[in-house]
Design a protein around this ligand. Sequence first.
Ligand SMILES: Nc1ncnc2c1ncn2[C@@H]1O[C@H](COP(=O)(O)OP(=O)(O)OP(=O)(O)O)[C@@H](O)[C@H]1O
Length: 267
Amino acid sequence: MTNPDTPTEPALVGSDLRRTYRLPRRSPFEPGAVRTAVDGVDLTVAAGSRLGIVGESGSGKSTLVRLLAGLEAPTTGTVHASGRLVDARASAVSSRWFRRETGIVFQDPVASLDPRMRVGAIVAEPLRALRVEGGHRAMVAAVLERVDLPADAADRYPHEFSGGQRQRIAIARAVVHRPRILFGDEPMSALDVVVRARVIDLFRSFVDDLGATLVLVSHDIGVVQRLCDTVAVMSAGRIVEHGPVSLLDAPTHEVTRALVAAAPTLP
Ligand SMILES: Nc1ncnc2c1ncn2[C@@H]1O[C@H](COP(=O)(O)OP(=O)(O)OP(=O)(O)O)[C@@H](O)[C@H]1O
């Protein structure tokens, strides 16, 4: 039996994460320049916490979340999930344990859903790939209902749905296997205000139900204030401020101050 006083292992620990990209060469005589997207990040995400990652465009938010989600390998540094090394270069079989623990929602629901597959097959895909036991059809039907899609949604194709509905299909696919960590990379930013509010609610209710850890990239401070309990502020590939989300109410770092000052007031 676990002692409630014993601190549990952090959901994620990124240690000295660095990710560089070599840009295309401008001349045949010189190598391409190197761009540093993430520049020595140490980050611990406590189990059950809800971390928002904010920062100006190009500050490295998406790259950091791809590293934490094991979608991309760091140039140097490591990611551990519940104490276990996450290896983005591992085979599908070796990385299955981590894929089972994680779900990801991206910004663009059109690009992230295969147009040739029916919605039911799209949402069932993680169950199949991750060898989840049980009746997949029933699990898919239940999760589609949870995201308010019509009963016949499973038999239809993504193009038959609106942008907001497609994002809800993407959320259904991300949570159908009941992950312990949910990642979102700007999952609300392609949506209009009303649809965005609904998608925020859905994120919150799934994270509550699953008792999951949330790692959410957003340029929208208001979304982070609504969904997250902690925030990390990025600038030029580094985390310049990290703490409770209330730090956005009284920002001290100049980067955070500028982000808060530039944020529109939400209705
Ligand atoms: N595959 C890549 N090849 C080359 N450069 C890249 C690549 N991915 C990211 N970068 C560069 O790394 C830096 C950080 O990019 P990243 O997308 O992580 O930032 P971001 O904070 O998520 O930006 P945005 O808010 O605009 O999405 C940028 O300068 C970007 O151009």
